[in-house]
Write a protein that binds this ligand. Structure first.
Ligand SMILES: C[S@@+](CC[C@H](N)C(=O)[O-])C[C@H]1O[C@@H](n2cnc3c(N)ncnc32)[C@H](O)[C@@H]1O
Length: 287
């Protein structure tokens, strides 16, 4: 993908700047989001036009500066080329997601992970999604499993609005239940011991919110899908490292558990990656 972009730019930007083109970019619906290094920022138009030539379906190119930030996990975006807009419609596994890429979190890179979780959900299960965004995990699960209900919590009001329309578009009214608020408060106030499975797709808060994930599970226990970012040196195993961290926290709150599986979801930087752990929480909860 990147080689294509770099190759397309060979005659357009100086050779010494070409190596600063980022390795990857996101395509969400008809919007491409490309990260620009300082060395290539002044060539944003050339880069954007090259991207639109490679991907004929892309109508808008936005430039992202810096990492995803803040409680709502948003990107800092500026217009680079094409139609000046930040809203689009993305399709994945037969699901349709409307999203404002500037005001809501959305990552097309998690598509495999969403389906991986959906495939584990058994008929009649109740799921709590603690950090639901515009509803992607919940909607893929709603469409591709026999789930009964998915309580889908997010504290970004714009994301919840998009989640509501995505629920309608995908015909999941009554199955995916959007809830606006801090998942810690929502679970404490009204979702204790309701779930067979809980999802925690927010690495920045997952460890702190572990007690509330356990609180949402039925007293007989259930499944927890935990996500984290981990830094790993040469001889370290990212999954083992994450398991050790989570085990420490789970032991400290008196949970009985078993790690079922772990996987590296994606690389997020030099020696950094995102890890997913599937954890069986056993019945004797002391939370
Ligand atoms: C990394 S995004 C994941 C969104 C979604 N699951 C997805 O994969 O597209 C994390 C989401 O958690 C929300 N969030 C952050 N803190 C929260 C909290 N305490 N309670 C509920 N939602 C929260 C953010 O607004 C954001 O939409």
């Amino acid at each position: 993908m990147t080689r294509g972009l770099r190759q397309a730019l060979v005659d357009k930007i100086p050779a010494e700047n070409l190596s600063y083109i980022y390795d990857s970019y996101d395509i969400i619906g008809d919007i491409a989001i490309v990260r620009l290094a300082e060395e290539t920022a002044k060539y944003s138009l050339e880069i954007a036009e090259a991207l639109m030539k490679i991907h004929r379906n892309v109508k808008t190119v936005l430039a992202q500066s810096g990492a995803v930030h803040g409680e709502f996990r948003l990107r800092r975006l500026s217009y680079a080329a094409g139609i000046n807009k930040t809203t689009t419609t993305h399709r994945e596994y037969g699901c349709v997601f409307q999203v404002d890429v500037e005001k809501c979190y959305f990552s097309p890179r998690l598509h495999y992970e969403r389906m991986r979780i959906a495939r584990q959900v058994k008929d009649g299960e109740v799921v709590v999604n603690m950090f639901a965004g515009v509803g992607c995990f919940s909607i893929v699960i709603g469409k591709h499993s026999g789930v009964e209900k998915i309580y889908s919590i997010d504290m970004n009001p714009v994301a919840v609005q998009y989640m509501q329309s995505n629920i309608r578009i995908n015909g999941l009214f009554g199955k995916v239940i959007p809830i606006m608020g801090d998942s810690k408060e929502v679970i404490e106030a009204g979702s204790r011991h309701v779930a067979d499975r809980v999802l925690m797709p927010l690495p920045e808060k997952a460890l702190d919110y572990l007690p509330y994930a356990l609180l949402s599970l039925k007293e007989r226990g259930g499944w927890m899908h935990y996500y984290d970012f981990v830094h790993c040196g040469k001889n370290e195993n990212p999954i083992t490292k994450t398991e050790q961290k989570v085990a420490g926290r789970l032991h400290s709150i008196g949970a009985d558990f078993r790690f079922s599986s772990g996987r590296i979801v994606r690389s997020t930087g030099p020696n950094w990656c995102q890890v997913a752990l599937d954890v069986v929480i056993k019945p004797n909860l002391k939370v």
